[in-house]
Design a protein around this ligand. Structure first.
Ligand code: NI
Length: 182
């Protein structure tokens, strides 16, 4: 188990565009994926993108099923149930015109939440950790989580959807809270 340090906004590396992963995966990328899962579950979070731990590769992990039994028990799922998904070189093939608004948060912007409107459904193509290509449509919370995570791969945080004033307040708060660390 290797939990890596999660970068906090406004770290420059969170604003970079990540590069595609090449197959077959080398040992370093395989380790990266394991560490990303460990880091996400440890946080705890429902998603983590590689740039959040300072690696500029187009990889994200999510688990929208798992819930920490201490923190999240509102949906009645047994604590500890896991469904890790690995997303490599994801690509949106389609996004719905209909938008949905969800309150979002991010491990790189701790204790900060804001309403974000995004397409409520998306169709996606990606590779898994075995190099197998998939195509599938997602909606609801999964669609939100995936769009949020894949924004990270393009150097974009959810706070970029908020008003400039709110964004500035959040950035200032992060700078103050994490003084000396970022
Ligand atoms: Ni995030």
């Amino acid at each position: 188990m290797a939990v890596r340090e999660i970068l906090i906004h406004p770290d420059e590396r969170l604003m970079q565009v990540s590069r595609p992963v090449t197959f077959p995966l080398d040992a370093e990328v395989k380790q990266l994926i394991r560490d990303m899962a460990d880091t996400m579950y440890d946080a705890p979070g429902v998603g983590l993108a590689a740039p959040q731990i300072g690696v500029l590769l187009r990889v994200a992990v999510t688990d929208t099923v798992w819930r920490d039994k201490e923190v999240r028990h509102d949906d009645g799922l047994p604590g500890g149930q896991r469904e890790l998904k690995v997303w490599i070189n994801p690509e949106f093939l389609w996004k719905s015109d209909v938008l949905a608004t969800w309150e979002e948060g991010c491990l790189s912007v701790p204790e900060t939440y804001g309403d974000v409107s995004r397409p409520e459904a998306v169709r996606l193509r990606w590779f898994d950790e075995h190099g197998v290509q998939h195509e599938q449509e997602f909606d609801g919370f999964q669609a939100v989580a995936l769009q949020h995570e894949f924004d990270h791969l393009d150097g974009k945080l959810f706070i970029s959807y908020l008003s400039p004033l709110k964004r500035k307040m959040i950035t200032n708060r992060m700078k103050k809270l994490y003084k000396g660390q970022i």
